[in-house]
Structure formats: structure tokens, C-alpha cells
Design a protein around this ligand. Sequence first.
Ligand code: KG4
Ligand code: ZN
Length: 327
Amino acid sequence: MEPIILGIETSCDETSVCLLKGKDKILSNIVVSQIDIHKVFGGVVPEVAARKHIDFMYKITKQAFKEAEITTEDINAIAVTYGPGLVGALLIGLNFAKALSISLNKPLIKVNHLMGHIYANFIEYPNLKPPFIVLLVSGGHTMILKANDYMDFEIIGQTRDDAAGEAFDKVSRMLDFGYPGGPIIDSYAKKGKDIYKFPKPLYNNGYDFSFSGLKTSVLYFMKDNPNAKKEDIAASFQNALVDTLVHKVTKYAIKNKINDIVIAGGVAANSSLRKKLSEFSSKLNIYYPSIEICTDNAAMIARAGYEKYIRNIFSDLNVDAAPNLSL
Ligand code: KG4
Ligand code: ZN
């Protein structure tokens, strides 16, 4: 019998619950976004996010079971994000998962949110196998990783300052596009041209990233060129950032003769990143999750939980939220 894992995700501003059967059958995956609540503030307000998770948590869990047409008796384990993320937000999901674990007598599995983003790919690509290279690009992280095995990820490079998603969000704020910046810049960039040459920091220098200088150069450019079209600035900024990501990850993969590259995290939804990577499709196999499971969701948490479940890796009820958790 294939196990059914209940996945719970509350690390930032999405409350999400999923019921996953086996490796890849999503019985239900409910994601409630708080974007409309936070966008008036220009970004996520941690205290508000935590309170909204409380509002949604129980309701969407009931809805998830209803949509999946199963009962709490049918699940085998509860997988929950314990970090990284906003501490108050994480604690809502984590404590809810612990309460369910005690009351239903089902094992608890703690899941690293970053692992979740990577594992989202396994839901849609069941034949994907290590070794492969990962480009993990989210609001808080930018990393190139080498997956040596299912649970063994080696850090090849990472950002020294801003994460890719963070740079999108900050530049979007400068351009008065609002929050969340990534998808908005993505759509404005489609209407603009890549005509301004913004710097590509550390381009030919190892596998680390640095996006804070790029962001500052956009700021200075806007001051010096108040009449420049915002669409063109968006397209030029996006191109500089995406080009750097693609250059480094493909260079590492080709040099090390690993042909599979997995893209993970919210920025993996970026249309320019997907397009530029597809230009390497004759040499490399590029994997990325469909948009629904690219940004924060509980299906990816349930999928990473499944991997621990089949290895009998469970967590005790003392597990604490780990806001700064790394891989
Ligand atoms: O993985 P995610 O949903 O949450 C974190 O774990 O951080 O990533 C959120 C980030 C935000 O910075 C958002 O602006 C960015 O992903 N993002 C995008 C796109 N969609 C979301 N960035 C660029 N292009 C997009 N289409
Ligand atoms: Zn995330």
C-alpha cells in the first residue's frame, strides 16, 4: 500500500496543506496566498502572516481531506516545514502538525523548506535520479548545489548578499511595481527591451553570486535617467540577473559532466530563466516544476516527507522552528 502523507507549509505568507499518495499522486493541495493582505505594506509583515496562518490552518486542512475524499485515519504521517522562514509563521504550522500527530497517533516528519523546493521536481519527474545539479532560487536563497544522493546536497556556490528573489522584490519596489516583485517584473519585462547594460557581478568568478550591486546600479540609473521606460529597466535588470544564474549553473554542469539540472524555488517560475535555460536543451536536461508547485506549497513538503518516511526518519515532538536553517 502506498503511504499517504499530510504536508503542511506555513514558512512565509502562504498557508498550504496537501495530501500526497505515494511519490506523486496529489490527492489535494490547497494554497491560500496572503499576497493581497501584505501588498499594501510593500512586503510580508511577519506578525500579520502568523495570525493569518491561524485563521486558515484548520479550515484548509478540513478542506484538503474533503477534496481528497479520505479521513484522518487514512494518513501514514504528517510532514511539516520547520525552517527556514519567519519564526512566528513556522510555529503555527509546526504546532498544528504536532497537535495532529499526538491526537491522531501518526508520526511527525520535519521538513527543510529548501529540500521541499527541490523535491517538488520529483513529483513531476519520477525518473529523475541523482547525481544532478540544482539551481535553488527563492526569496531568501540563491544556491548552486550538487545532489550526490537523495539526501546529500553539496553547496557549490551561493549568494554573498541578496537572494535572486529578494533582488526582484527590491527592484520592483524601486520601480513602484509593488509586491511580490518577481512575477510583476517578469510581466513588465515582456513589454520592454534589454537595452541598458547593468553589471553582472562575479560573472566569470567562481560559482558564488552577489546581487546587491546590481540592485544599487538600477537605483543610480533611475536617478540619472528619470525618463527611461520602466519596462526597459525591468527587462535589462531581469536579463542581467537571469544571465548570471544561467551562465554559472550551466558552466558548472558542463564542466563536471552532469547533464541534469533541476531548478527550484519561486524564481524558477521566471519566464526568462526558463527560456534561457531551454537554449541548452541539446546539451543538458533541464527540469523545473510547474508553476503551481514552484512557489511555496505543501505538496513539495509532503514529497520531501515521503522520502524520509520510506527511510523511517521521523521527528520527535521537541522539534523547534529553525528560522535560519540551511541545507
Ligand atoms: O520559493 P518562494 O515562493 O518563497 C521562498 O521560499 O522565498 O519564492 C518567492 C520569491 C519571491 O522573491 C518572488 O518575487 C519570486 O520568488 N518569484 C519570481 C517569480 N515568481 C516568484 N521571481 C522572478 N520571476 C517570477 N515569475
Ligand atoms: Zn519557498
